[in-house]
Structure formats: C-alpha cells, structure tokens
Design a protein around this ligand. Structure first.
Ligand code: SAM
Ligand code: SF4
Length: 327
C-alpha cells in the first residue's frame, strides 16, 4: 500500500491498552491518569479485523505496544491469532520489561518474534526516580528471561535525559558490547508530559561523542533486521551487539516512513505527531463490511502527512499522551 508520496506502508504499531504498571515521568503523570473505559478500548476481535484488513493492503509487520502491552489480559491469545494471519511476517512487542520474568517463555511460544525493552537506567535510584516505581531488578530479570526463552534481536531503548541518566549512556552500551543485543538511544519528544516534567533530552551528537570517546570511532552499519526502521546503527570494535540512534526530531526518516499507528481507542494515526487519521472503532462498530473497511483504510493511509512538524512553533500537536499512542 502506498501513500500519496509513494512511500510503501508495511508496518503497523498497535497500542493494546492505555494502562501501565510504571509512571515514567516523560510519559504519564503521577496522578490523575485518565483511563479509557473498557468499552472504548478495541476488543481483540476488532484489532484482528483491522490487522487482517491492513495485511490485505500490504502490511507485513505488527508491533504491539501500549501503555504496557503485557498488562492487557489475554495478550498471548492475541499474539497467537496474529500469527495465523496470512501476510504478517513479523510480530514484535515493546515493553517496559516488568512482567517479562513470568511472560517471556509464553510470548515466545505464542509466536512473538522479537522484543524491545524500554530501559533508561541501570541505576536503581535513577530508574525509580524516572519510572516512579522501584522495579529495576524485575526488568533485569526480564532481560535474562528473554535470552533463556530464545529471543534474538532484542533491543533496549533508552531516552537519554540531560542531568538524569547521562551515565547510563555508557553503562547500557556496555550491555551491547558483551551481548548480541542492540541498544538504541532515542531523542526525547515534546509529547505528553515530557517538557512539563522539566526533562530535557541530551543532544544526540553529545550521546555519540561520549560513546566514541569511550569505545572508539564508529561508522554506520546495516542493521540486518527484518524491516527497516528509523534507527542508524553502528558497531564499535569488539561489540557483540550494535548501538542505534533515533533522531526523532530531525526530519531524516519522514521520507522513508513505512508505518501507521492504531491507538488503544481504535484511532488510526498516520504520523506520530499529527492528530489526523481515521476513527476505525467508529467504523467497525457502525457495521462496515470488509470492502468498506479496506477502502477507508487505504484512503486514510494515502493521505499520510509528508512529515512531522514537532519543531515548528504554533504547529498544532496531537494532544494524546505517549501511553495512549504507544510511541
Ligand atoms: N510501556 C511500553 C514501554 O515503555 O516500552 C510501551 C509503550 S511506551 C509509550 C513506548 C516508548 O515510548 C518507550 O520506549 C518510551 O521510552 C517512549 N516514550 C514515551 N514518551 C516519550 C517521549 N516524550 N519522548 C520519547 N520517547 C518517549
Ligand atoms: Fe508506561 Fe511505557 Fe509510558 Fe513508561 S513509557 S509510563 S512504561 S507506557
């Protein structure tokens, strides 16, 4: 499926819940999180119907996210059902890792291909400050459980924050030095409560500079993953895994963007920044047939915006929080 700028859309990120067992400062407020009522969250049969339609239109990869996807009841059943959809080649999941110790093996058995774990700090105090929950050891145990369950291509995503987890830039890279996993540094985006929490992202150039100072000069390598994404990867000498950089605020990857997002409430978002898209839940619950659903989805995707406008003053941002969209 192509949009009006001839970009091929082959990847959907699906937020399966707006609930979470952490309260990361840049993502969720501590108090007063407005939970969607259950009836407003897409049911599994609805999610599956949308995936089937998107796969008929050429989508080949599904990522489950949230909120925290592992707190959604029946997530293993959902993965098993997605696995049966013809045309879906890759199923992955983005998680904070807290529930991985007991769930990693089941996720593997259900047919999940790979897992991205969001982990901003290996220091207990910093982790507890950032997530407002003292659960670092669970995440570390979760990483071990992934390895034991046989997952490969595990990625750790870290948002480097000025004055908060700067030391973790090197500590996390150390994991990729000794193990075949990829550590990716993601720029803080001005979404949700990131800026009101007083957090500022470290400039990516500074992140790279510190890594090169510690591990020697590096240059880009091909990621060797199933479908291309926005990260630029490097592999310093002696590293078992790779380091990746996601410069979210630059417009670098808008031109090759291959994805759309489905929120927990069933809204098809065409760009992380923009509020525009399609209310798929309304269509489904109004009783559209498959032909109408395909037509509505392909029409919406065709109109995907050319690029985001995060950096432009006065530009209207989507008011949804990251936990509602899924990152
Ligand atoms: N709960 C899961 C997790 O944390 O991996 C999945 C959902 S979470 C919203 C997905 C990703 O969004 C996480 O890696 C998190 O670090 C990132 N994120 C949330 N708010 C962000 C922001 N303002 N800027 C950059 N990344 C953000
Ligand atoms: Fe939860 Fe993920 Fe948001 Fe943290 S980033 S509060 S783990 S949804």
């Amino acid at each position: 499926m192509q949009d009006r700028y001839q970009r091929t859309i082959e990847y959907v990120r699906i937020s399966v819940t707006d609930r979470c067992n952490l309260r990361c400062r840049y993502c969720m407020p501590e108090q007063g999180v407005e939970k969607m009522c259950h009836a407003d969250i897409l049911r599994f049969d609805e999610i599956l119907r949308v995936i089937r339609a998107l796969s008929a239109l050429g989508v080949r990869k599904v990522r489950l996210t949230g909120g925290e996807p592992l707190v959604r009841k029946g997530i293993l059943d959902l993965i098993r059902e997605i696995r049966r959809i013809q045309g879906i080649e890759v199923i992955s999941l983005t998680t904070n890792g807290v529930l991985l110790p007991e769930m990693a093996a089941g996720l593997r058995a259900a047919g999940l291909d790979s897992v991205n774990v969001s982990l901003d700090s290996l220091d207990e105090e910093t982790f507890s400050f950032l997530t407002r929950r003292p659960l670092l050891s669970r995440v570390e145990e979760g990483l071990r459980a992934l390895e034991e369950a046989g997952f490969q291509d595990t990625k750790i995503n870290c948002v480097p924050l000025a004055g908060v987890n700067e030391a973790d830039v090197l500590k996390l890279a150390e994991l990729a030095r000794v193990k075949p996993l990829n550590v990716r540094y993601i720029e803080l985006m001005p979404v949700g409560c990131a800026y009101e929490a007083g957090l500022r992202g470290m400039p990516m150039a500074e992140v790279r500079r510190r890594l090169q100072e510690a591990f020697g000069a590096f240059s880009p390598v091909r990621p060797g993953v199933s479908l291309r994404g926005p990260a630029e990867y490097v592999q310093p000498a002696g590293f078992a895994g790779k380091l990746g950089f996601i410069d979210a605020m630059g417009h670098k990857f808008c031109q090759t963007c291959n994805r759309v997002r489905l929120t927990a409430g069933g809204f098809l978002k065409l760009c992380l920044h923009a509020g525009t898209g399609l209310d798929v839940r309304e269509l489904l619950r109004a009783g559209v047939d498959d032909r109408e659903l395909l037509a509505a989805l392909s029409h919406a995707v065709y109109n995907k915006p050319a690029e985001h406008h995060f950096l432009e003053p006065g530009e209207k941002q989507d008011s949804r929080y990251m936990y509602q969209v899924g990152g």
